[in-house]
Design a protein around this ligand. Sequence first.
Ligand code: ATP
Ligand code: MG
Length: 204
Amino acid sequence: MGIGKRIGIMGGTFDPIHFGHLVTAEEARINFELDKVIFVPTGKPPHKKDYEVTDSEHRYLMTALATNNNPFFEVSRIEIDRKGYSYTVDTLNQMVQIYGKDTSLFFISGADAVLDILTWKNIKEVLDICTFIAATRPGYPINKLKDKLEEIKRLYGKDVYLLEVTAIAISSTDIRRKVKEGRSIKYLVPEGVEKYILKNGLYR
Ligand code: ATP
Ligand code: MG
């Protein structure tokens, strides 16, 4: 099962998922020759206590709608179905159980997320299980990121790959704000996601 496979994991709140996430996952898939990318919407994110995160079923369904037309993309419920806060280390251990030790796991994240991975639960174990791909995102200072990568290397002896993603300055925060203000989110999210948001009255 899964001999020598290369799997990308794209974790996120996806509140909502947008083209920034999708482009990043697709470019990581191609550049790192991944067999597939699994999107893992967080259940209860320990990092986002500053605003009320949308119900996980809505976020899961939007992620499924957005990834449906890419045969190399999948969505996992493992964090949503797990109790308590979502920690990446638990997710990765579950992935190892599912795909076996011969599979290489790549965790795809934005540069902003990489800046605080040293605060993540059991980060040493996380870095032992997977390889990080840090996507550079407009507005994030590359120097700060490079310092952080050196620190990770010094502390844990691990390299983090950098991936320059086609510049898209889209964020979920901005999309939520736009919806709230009654502005258009066309061309920022897939059409199905836009319709889902309107139909369910999210972010009002
Ligand atoms: P929020 O504004 O609520 O923080 P977000 O747009 O950052 O939302 P998340 O769900 O927090 O989306 O992000 C999931 C992952 O995708 C993180 O690793 C984040 O860094 C990355 N990411 C988010 N937006 C982009 C983008 N436009 N380009 C590249 N990576 C992104
Ligand atoms: Mg974010």
